[in-house]
Design a protein around this ligand. Sequence first.
Ligand code: GAR
Length: 216
Amino acid sequence: MLDVAVLVSGRGSNLQALIDACAADDFPARIVAVISNNPGSYGLERAKLAGIPTAVVNHRDYEDRESFDNAIDEELKKFKAKFICLAGFMRILEARFVNRWRDRILNIHPSLLPSFKGLHTQERALESGVRFTGCTVHIVRPEMDEGPIILQAAVAVDPEDDADSLAEKVLIQEHLIYPEALKLIALGRVSISGNRSIIEKAEYPKEALISPALTD
Ligand code: GAR
């Protein structure tokens, strides 16, 4: 059983997808804590409703990134977390923290990385005229929105889409691939080789359009 802490900043719908997945008896991970930098995050409520311990580490209370990161680290130790899922966590973690947790931090991003790193992904996808966009679950490296890709799901961009409708379609896929990626990692089926991940014996959720290129 992999003991996971989930870090959230906002509404926490990806956290909810992880909570729901972990509720299944045979899911190989469990959430030991939900930590937020934002005391108003609805993710904290979702955790409480699910009976999961919470902590707030408000970035405004720390004078620099290093002391904020160290405070997060303290909480992770307290809850004995062995793995971290970032789920709409909108603070940048410094290299020292990321390297301390190397290969043990997972993130979800609402684009097909390496396209559209950063913020306002759907607006930029629309402006660029891409026919497909999607979402990516990846291992976190110190550079923002970089690191070995575990799973991706693509959605078609329709001519009538605006940023909100596109975000909605992408979010449906996010909720499918994030728990699936965590499951594969917790089962020990993912190995990292350079900037790529290799997945053994993946069984993808049928609803998601995921490239099986890196599987055997
Ligand atoms: C999600 O779309 C997630 O991919 C994105 O924030 C949203 C959080 O929603 N994350 C990022 O942009 C990180 N770079 P949620 O709080 O409902 O899960």
